[in-house]
Write a protein that binds this ligand. Structure first.
Ligand SMILES: NC(=O)C1=CN([C@@H]2O[C@H](COP(=O)(O)OP(=O)(O)OC[C@H]3O[C@@H](n4cnc5c(N)ncnc54)[C@H](O)[C@@H]3O)[C@@H](O)[C@H]2O)C=CC1
Ligand SMILES: CC(=O)C(=O)O
Ligand SMILES: [Mg+2]
Length: 621
């Protein structure tokens, strides 16, 4: 690809392209001087008709095709007579959804709906966001991923397998043919949620994260009480046709999968070392070559690779690791909200992080950096506020000598520790104010641990963040039952808990509350990188949107139902920061960010008054 002009906005394609692509490309060229839209704008030209159109999930509108469209597009007789609005279609689909009892069956139903009709899929979920996010994301998606080879029906992204490494570029180009890609979400399946190596099934997390980029951005109505911001009543985010979910199939060390005759990936032990590195490097370079203005989102890579790959590639292209940086940012926001309640400073906290893997280190680094930037602590003093505990106990110099300290955790190693290093002993010794769990060890925060936390301060801050639900280190019911007053946030959704006749809402401290905003802010500003400053700006904006400091009984973070408007605010702060740091490459000004962000969203229906027309269509001859 070559660049056009100074703006660096226009992807060009050396490859032979489809006619539609050339037209979209030409239109983008015309728009580039003012603004490049993040969705395919205006009349949608289609070359397909009849059966082919009904089988194209991106274009299919089902019974929402109007009489004129049916005539024009050879659909007469292929659909029942009545023409329905999207509302009616959603009502019908919701009834079908409700008839499925188990969450995994609801998940499968929604998967097949997506395979048939994107507009209806996104339209339906946006109408039942809170109810359906746990179905398409954590916790249910973990179950779907672990059964991937058994539930498989059809392709849902790009599968790049090691044996086909020679053809990687060709296969990549085929997947993006006739598309403009803003976002590539990639996993190697190494550590999916808390359920470990899932091999090729990892694609499920790429597609789930992709769906949230579309759903969890946009607007739900005037919900932002702090800022009196009004959003129209549609929901929308990143155009799904501009997102590419990818799995890098480098084998698996999951014995169950290797022994399963139905396993659908490359049945081979997981590659490591030079072979693994060469494969990932080839992929990143292909992205850089063909989609250099897109954001590359890394998800659920194994601990041995996640931080290492981030360090290698972050300076080279617009890339981030959600488990490290997204989780760090959302947890920082929750901590800022919590210390707003306890009226204390970041630098006054004594923090235990139980689990020193990708998420644990991402969280500690993010909070440590915030201590340095917001409260001017030097790095050593800031590091000294943390006590990291991993599978062998507290990270001490003894463990370091035994080479049992994860890479990246060296800075937090305690040099001065002589006592026992188990969680309960450390809690009793240091009397922490904050306890975070990212260990994948369900129930690890026992009653004794939680009561010891309560003994150490009046309102302990306790965040069991492991997913899915069964791996939570402590349930809110237990934690609040034992303490009465903990400030909690959890990785997966939990219902509210009654304490002394008061109903306490539990904040969901999940990176899904922030990564869509981090990503969208980067994309709309066409930022060269997603910098630490942009991530901090996003976390601070999220903390500002918390109701907790003013209302000590409110959840620490905004509700998932409000995440569309919340993520839009985050995106705006992130994009503005990109301008401040001089990394934005769009040819417009920082003052325009809000308006640009609002108009750049894709909606499951067109911006037309009639709510069943997706776009006016022009038939390709
Ligand atoms: N709430 C959120 O937004 C997020 C939650 N997570 C969750 O956090 C958990 C960890 O994820 P990653 O950091 O990506 O995995 P990881 O594999 O990189 O880290 C897990 C760490 O826990 C340690 N560990 C295992 N057993 C332990 C024990 N008995 N005691 C103490 N430490 C122990 C492991 O040695 C490892 O270092 C997962 O359940 C994941 O779903 C991850 C990212 C975001
Ligand atoms: C939320 C998330 O990214 C995880 O649990 O891995
Ligand atoms: Mg993850």
């Amino acid at each position: 690809m070559t660049r056009h002009g100074d703006s660096g906005l226009v992807p060009t394609h050396g490859e032979k392209r489809h006619m539609i692509s050339r037209r979209i490309f030409a239109r983008n060229l015309l728009q580039v001087k003012s603004f490049t839209r993040l969705f395919t704008e205006g009349p949608l030209r289609v070359s397909q008709r009849g059966e082919a159109l009904l089988n194209n999930a991106q274009l299919n509108k089902g019974v929402a095709f109007t009489r004129e469209e049916r005539k024009e597009l050879d659909l007469d007789g292929r659909l029942p007579y009545a023409v329905a609005t999207l509302d009616v279609q959603c009502e019908r689909a919701y009834q079908q959804y409700q008839s499925r009892d188990a969450p995994i069956h609801k998940n499968t139903f929604l998967q097949s709906l997506k395979a048939q009709n994107w507009t209806l899929y996104y339209g339906l979920i946006s109408r039942h966001l809170k109810e359906m996010i746990p179905i398409i994301y954590t916790p249910t998606e973990a179950e779907a991923i672990s059964s991937y080879s058994h539930l498989f029906r059809r392709s849902e992204g790009l599968y790049l397998s090691y044996p086909d490494m020679e053809d990687m570029e060709k296969n990549y180009l085929a997947a993006i043919e006739s598309k403009e890609i803003d976002l590539i979400i990639c996993t190697d399946g190494g550590q999916i949620l808390g359920i470990g190596d899932q091999g090729v099934g990892g694609i499920g997390i790429s597609t789930a994260k992709a769906a949230l980029y579309t759903l969890v951005l946009g607007c739900r109505g005037p919900t932002d009480a702090h800022n009196d911001i009004y959003y129209p009543s549609l929901i929308g985010g990143i155009d799904p046709s501009r997102i590419l979910p990818v799995t890098l199939d480098v084998g698996t060390n999951n014995k169950d999968l290797l022994d399963d005759p139905l396993y659908i990936g490359w049945s081979h032990e997981r590659l490591q070392g030079d072979q693994y590195d060469a494969f990932v490097d080839k992929f990143v370079n292909i992205v850089k070559k063909h989609n250099r203005h897109s954001l590359l989102h890394f998800e659920d890579f194994g601990n041995e690779n996640a931080q290492r790959l981030l360090d290698i590639y972050q300076p080279k292209l617009s890339l981030f690791n959600d488990d490290i940086q997204g989780t760090g940012a959302v947890t920082l926001a929750a901590v800022l909200a919590a210390i707003g309640v306890t009226k204390s400073k970041l630098s006054e906290q004594r923090i235990i992080c139980f689990g020193a893997g990708s998420a644990g280190l991402g969280i500690c680094n993010q909070i440590r950096d915030a201590m340095m930037q917001l409260e001017s602590l030097d790095r050593k003093s800031a590091n000294s506020c943390f006590y990291l505990i991993d599978r062998h106990g507290l990270l001490t110099d003894h463990l370091q000598q035994e080479k049992k300290v994860n890479k990246g955790a060296e800075e937090y190693v305690r040099q001065d520790w002589n006592g026992p290093t188990g969680l309960l002993d450390v809690v009793k010794t240091i009397k922490p104010t904050i306890l975070m769990g990212v260990s994948t060890q369900g129930g690890a925060f026992t009653e004794e641990v939680i009561r010891a936390m309560k003994d150490s301060c009046d309102r302990p801050i306790i965040f069991p963040l492991s997913n899915p639900t069964r791996l939570t280190e402590v349930t809110p019911q237990n934690c609040l039952g034992w303490t009465g007053a903990a400030l909690m946030a959890t990785g997966s959704p939990f219902s509210s808990v009654k304490v002394n006749d008061r109903s306490i809402d539990i904040a969901e401290c999940n990176n899904a509350l922030i990564y869509p905003g981090l990503g969208f802010g980067t994309i709309i500003s066409r930022s060269r990188v997603l910098s630490p400053g942009m991530i901090l700006a996003g976390a601070q904006r999220l903390a500002n949107l918390s109701a907790a400091p003013e209302n000590p009984h409110a959840a620490l973070l905004p509700d998932v139902e409000d995440s569309p408007s919340v993520n839009m605010e985050i995106a705006i702060s992130v994009a503005e920061k990109a301008f401040d740091e001089g990394v934005a490459t769009v040819p417009w000004k920082k003052e325009e960010v809000r308006e640009r962000a609002m108009t750049a969203r894709w909606h499951p229906v067109g911006m037309l008054k009639s709510n069943f027309l997706m776009h006016p269509w022009i038939v390709e001859q």
